[in-house]
Structure formats: structure tokens, C-alpha cells
Design a protein around this ligand. Structure first.
Ligand code: GLU
Length: 439
């Protein structure tokens, strides 16, 4: 049975980059009728915060990405230590005593000599006496002893991958302070939880190589892996610098609709065009991970604005009825109000602008040169309440009185009544006005 997981560390909010990971794993599980696990990678007790764990769940709920269960790594430490014991018993787990500063110095020396900064395994050469002496000084960290052979897999996005384990440092799995690190915890969870497909960012490719060996050492095969490309800004700049802070909370606060965001992210970087989908079911239906490419994917937050407009334009009244009622729109008027404005709003907050227009209280925009014209026109407004032909009646009267026609006639009136240059047909809007427009 297909099982995927989204495994954020609760050390911050979900941002646009890890949303992509969450969505792909979700879509794969749902398309296969499988299980989608939300796994909180919270073994870093200092940086992990319950408020971030809550926020991650709220953000996923906002998007509608439901999970079948939550797992917390902090509750599974005994499992990781059991796996560590297994590796130790096989001679695949060894103590290192170098401080971070010493390790850093080693790396710099290697780089200076033009060598790859791979850990030199100096710790393996320590005698029992030396180790005993060092242990009295500081607690060791623990590394997994890689088999120095090629590690290969067929990646669901990148294709055939082959990594020479000799070019990779033996990964530290337990830190000197006892903290179990992600690589070990993830391997244990993925195997014990029966994860069948792992989709994550291509910054994890080297981790994947080491994880494949650790899984094998623990007596398991490995899930299918797919590594999606990293997102960049519109000009190809690193996302972390400019947009890495673009959290889902920010997008939500900016009025982005979940289905606009999901429709974009389910296709961005693939050979399939971005299509606005109204429901997750449709997204699931149309999702195909093999269509994604390895090249960095450009993301432009500005694309979300028109997509949000299109999502809103397609919403039925029921989806916005609560907000419309909260504005004070009378029940019998709600459907006509929604039909009028739905194609003309960039986000839900703009409903209030149009309701103000219908109440005659929009902030009128009148250009200096139109001041007299508009004042005269407002004296010619038909009596309120307006009938179906109020706009035609009014503009005809204004035309006769002023001689203006075309855009010079209509645009100043639109700007005065609605405060905006764009919007619904004035002929449709006028009959819904609850009061005459005020200047
Ligand atoms: N906690 C890891 C991360 O956010 C999970 C990576 C993975 O999917 O294995 O990078």
C-alpha cells in the first residue's frame, strides 16, 4: 500500500519551498488511495517549538491537505537508539571526538589542497586507550561507516543516480550531546512506517545515498525516491535569499486562495501547463510526478494574483456566503451581489469594496478636469431605487446635457460611482445599488 510522508521540522513556518514537498507527497498518496503521514522531525529539542508544530498543521488544514496520522520523532527516540545499537553491533557505527572547530579546520585544509572535504576517518585509528582518555574529556558523536562503493537508484524525477560513497563523509547520526540526527531518525521511521515513496527537495540527494546504505545495514530495502528541483525567484535567484521567508501565512494574509496556490504548485516545473482546479480531487486526478523536470523551477509570487482571481470567479455562492452575509449584504441580494462581483475581485477582502459601492459610499475618484462634468451628471441621476435601465437612462441624459460621449462620458461616471477604473458592467451594477452614489 502506498504510504508517503511530509516531514517538516517544526522550527519555522511552512514556506513555498516545502509546500511543494507536502503537496507532491499528498497527491501521490491520495492518487493511490494510500496513506499520507504528517511527520514532525522534532529531535532538535532546542529549535523545535510546539507553536510551529501547531502552525504547520493549521497551514495544511487551510490548504485542505489532510493527513491520516501525525508522528513525532521526539516520541520515538527509543526506536532510533535501538537502530543505533544494531549498527554498533555490526561495526558500522563509530565514535568521533573532534570538536566542530577541529572538523571545520580539517575541511578547510582539504579544500586548500584541492581535495573534496570528506571526513578522513581519523577516529577509526584511535586506540582503546586513546578513546577512553577522550571519553573522559568529552562525549563522542557517532558516525555511520559507509561502504565505499557506488550507491545507485532510479529517481522518480532525476532518473538514474549513481553516487560514489567514497566522496561522501560518514554521516554523523548522533551528536555529542546525545541528539539523534535526522538521517538516522528518518531512516528508522521510513522503514518502520512502511513508507513506499519519498519525495523531497534535491538538496537531499546526498542524504538519500547514505540513507540507502543505512537502511540496507538495518536489513531493509528502500522506498522509491524522487527529488524535486529547488525553487528560485523569477530571475533564477536563490529562493532562500529573497523568497525563502515567503511563508504560507504571508500568502494567506495577502488573500491568496488555497486552490490557486495548489493549482500552481502541482504543475510548476512540470511539462504540463498550470490549470486552475476547483478541487483537490481534480488536482489528484491530473497529477503525474514523472512530468517534473530536474532544472531549477522559477517561482513568481505575482502569478498567484491572477490565479486567485480565476479561482474566485469560479466559486459558487455557497463558498463565500458567510463572508457576504458578514458584510451585511441582505440575504435576498447575496446571489446577485456575488454574480456581479465574482469576476472582478483579486481576493475576498475586495468584497467589502464592492459592497461599499452598492451602498453609495465608494471613495469617488474624480479627476480635476472632470469635476464640473461629474457634479452636473450627479444632478441628473434617475430617482432611487434604480430600475434595470438606470445606467442607460442616466448616461443618455448626461450625454444630452453635456455633449460628451464614449469613454469620456462613461469612465468619469464609473470612477465617480465605484472609485475604480475596472469593475462589473455598470448596467448590471446600478440596479443593485442600495442608495444613490455620493460624491
Ligand atoms: N525534516 C527534513 C527536512 O525538512 C525531512 C526531509 C525528508 O523528507 O526526508 O528537510
Amino acid at each position: 500500500m502506498t504510504t508517503t510522508r511530509f516531514a517538516p521540522s517544526p522550527t519555522g513556518y511552512i514556506h513555498i519551498g516545502n509546500l511543494r514537498t507536502a503537496l507532491m507527497n499528498y497527491l501521490i498518496a491520495r492518487k493511490a488511495g494510500g496513506t499520507f503521514i504528517l511527520r514532525l522531525d522534532d529531535t532538535d529539542g532546542e529549535r523545535s517549538k510546539p507553536e510551529y508544530a501547531d502552525a504547520i498543521q493549521q497551514d495544511l488544514e487551510w490548504l485542505g491537505l489532510t493527513w491520516d496520522r501525525v508522528e513525532r520523532q521526539s516520541a520515538r527516540l527509543d526506536r532510533y537508539h535501538a537502530a543505533a545499537d544494531t549498527l554498533r553491533a555490526q561495526g558500522r557505527f563509530y565514535e568521533g571526538f573532534e570538536t566542530p572547530v577541529e572538523l571545520d579546520l580539517k575541511r578547510k585544509k582539504q579544500l586548500n589542497m584541492g581535495k573534496p572535504p570528506v571526513y578522513d576517518r581519523a577516529a577509526l585509528a584511535l586506540s582503546q586507550d586513546e578513546k577512553a582518555r577522550l571519553r573522559a574529556e568529552r562525549s563522542p558523536h557517532w558516525r555511520f561507516l559507509l561502504d565505499q562503493e557506488r550507491i545507485t537508484w532510479t529517481d522518480g524525477i532525476l532518473g538514474d543516480i549513481s553516487i560514489d560513497a567514497a566522496s561522501v563523509s560518514d554521516p554523523v547520526l548522533i551528536r555529542g550531546d546525545g541528539q539523534v540526527l535526522y538521517t538516522l531518525a528518518s531512516v528508522v521511521d521510513d522503514t518502520e512506517m512502511g513508507v513506499t515513496h519519498v519525495v523531497r527537495g534535491s538538496d537531499h540527494v546526498t542524504n538519500t545515498a547514505t540513507q540507502i546504505q543505512i537502511m540496507a545495514a538495518l536489513g531493509h530495502g528502500h522506498p522509491a525516491f524522487a527529488h524535486h528541483s529547488l525553487l528560485t525567484g523569477p530571475q533564477g535567484e536563490a529562493l532562500s535569499k529573497r523568497l525563502g521567508v515567503l511563508s504560507l501565512r504571508d500568502l494567506r494574509a495577502a488573500g491568496v486562495e488555497p486552490m490557486a496556490l495548489l493549482s500552481l504548485m502541482a504543475r510548476l516545473g512540470s511539462s504540463q501547463p498550470v490549470e486552475v482546479r476547483a478541487t483537490l480531487e481534480e488536482l489528484i486526478e491530473g497529477f503525474d510526478i514523472s512530468q517534473f523536470g530536474a532544472a531549477p523551477t522559477k517561482f513568481d509570487a505575482d502569478d498567484l494574483k491572477p490565479l486567485t482571481g480565476r479561482v474566485l470567479a469560479a466559486l459558487p455562492l455557497a463558498a463565500v456566503a458567510g463572508e457576504i452575509a458578514a458584510l451585511g449584504v441582505p440575504g435576498p441580494l447575496a446571489a446577485a451581489f456575488w454574480d456581479l462581483v465574482k469576476g472582478n475581485i483579486a481576493n475576498r477582502a475586495e468584497l467589502a469594496l464592492w459592497w461599499a459601492v452598492l451602498q453609495g459610499s465608494a471613495a469617488a475618484q474624480v479627476a480635476e478636469e472632470d469635476r464640473d462634468f461629474v457634479s452636473q451628471a450627479f444632478t441628473l441621476l434617475p430617482p432611487h431605487p434604480y430600475g434595470d435601465d438606470a445606467w442607460a437612462t442616466w448616461t443618455n441624459a448626461v450625454k444630452q446635457a453635456t455633449g460628451r460621449k464614449g469613454r469620456g462620458l462613461f469612465m468619469p461616471l464609473r470612477l465617480a460611482v465605484t472609485g475604480r477604473a475596472q469593475g462589473p458592467e455598470m448596467a448590471d451594477l446600478m440596479p443593485l445599488m442600495q442608495a444613490p452614489p455620493r460624491l
